[in-house]
Ligand binder design. Sequence first.
Ligand code: CMC
Length: 402
Amino acid sequence: KGLRVQDKGFLNTAVIRSGITYIDGDAGVLRYRGYPIEQLALKSSHLETAYLLIYGSLPTNEQFKFFESEVMRHSVMHADAEGFFRSFRYDAHPMSMLTSAFAMLGSYYSEANPSLQGQRLYTQGNAASLATMDRQIYRLIGKATTLAAMAYRVRQGRNFVTPPTGLSYTGSFLYQMDHLSEENYTPNPVLEKALDVLFLIHADHELNASCTTVLQTGSSLVDPYSAIAAGCASLYGPLHGGANEAVIRMLISIGSPQNVPAFIEAVKRREKTLSGFGHRVYKTSDPRSFIVRKTADEVFKVTGKDELLETAMALHDAAMKDEYFIKRKLAPNVDFWSGLIYRAMGFPLDFFPVLFAVPRVVGWLAHWRQMMLQEGGVKIWRPRQVYVGAGKRDYVPVEERE
Ligand code: CMC
């Protein structure tokens, strides 16, 4: 007779068993494969953590060297992709470009397409199937930075840069973004490390909207490029990965600390949203926000303080002691501070969600791989609805309609 219970926004629906990321929202705990995020941020690197998230354990030295060289080797893009990027309007949002680019990438690799190679391409778990899956993982992680840098440079009318050899993942990314023509250009090591930490803490966050989208899309057994493109589209929204951009736009609109009380009142009247606050899972604090704040201090030592910092701090302090936010357990999330770092580092404002999407490719792939290899095979994600529309009625020709 149809379903009667609706779980709007999936507040209480678990769709998968997962061993990847653990979150205790009440205690403000985040662990990747059991390791606390604070330890990883301090001691690991984005690529080592990527291996951990995808394959389940920290790599040996040899495993890491192999993984890193495969990812970096696959960062080079086919020259034809230049024409693709040049086809966008001069003011295209970089997230539109990145989303399209991931889908475009799928057209390059017919070996990755279950529609051509057989629908059990990724679900068999044998050596050939795992190797095909690994290659797509290296490619997607390797090329994510290259596609992002291409989206950045095309808008500035600059030539594209071939990924260099011998630099770290974030070092190579910064090089591709900013390299002009000097012979011995090297990215600033403090900024390279800071970006690596930010990438690491953005790498996964279990079943957020974009990861769910990747799995939902992947559950039809489509190729991983299409699934990642779908995840990227989901992340773009201002309630999710677009929040770091929205925070800065909000701070600019507030203008100065004196205007903070009026803004807070507008939020309480529901005329505005306090971007960078609140989270579906964290109800005390987002542990990533502390790491971001510490990273901000390191970055500001190099770049100087951002002029919006004072307004951000005034807004943070005002919200943290206001009954409206306390009652609803709204605390700063990862996006509240991260935009200030990206701004200080000189990234354009609309590029901030890209800096969220690039590292999140890792988490999306970890979940996609886990789902492809889960016991009992993949079940297509097909939720049900509570139907509230019209009962049966007969078609009326247009001339007889009132
Ligand atoms: N500003 C003002 N009020 C808020 C906010 C906010 N940022 N967040 C939640 N509330 C209110 C909301 O109106 C509701 O009030 P009431 O109970 O009176 O109707 C109450 O707090 C509970 O919020 P909710 O909307 O039911 O929470 P949710 O779990 O559905 O939404 C959220 C979570 C992150 C979408 C939401 O907190 C939000 O819109 N935050 C701002 C956008 C943002 O910073 N997003 C980044 C999230 S962290 C990075 C990521 O994973 O993407």
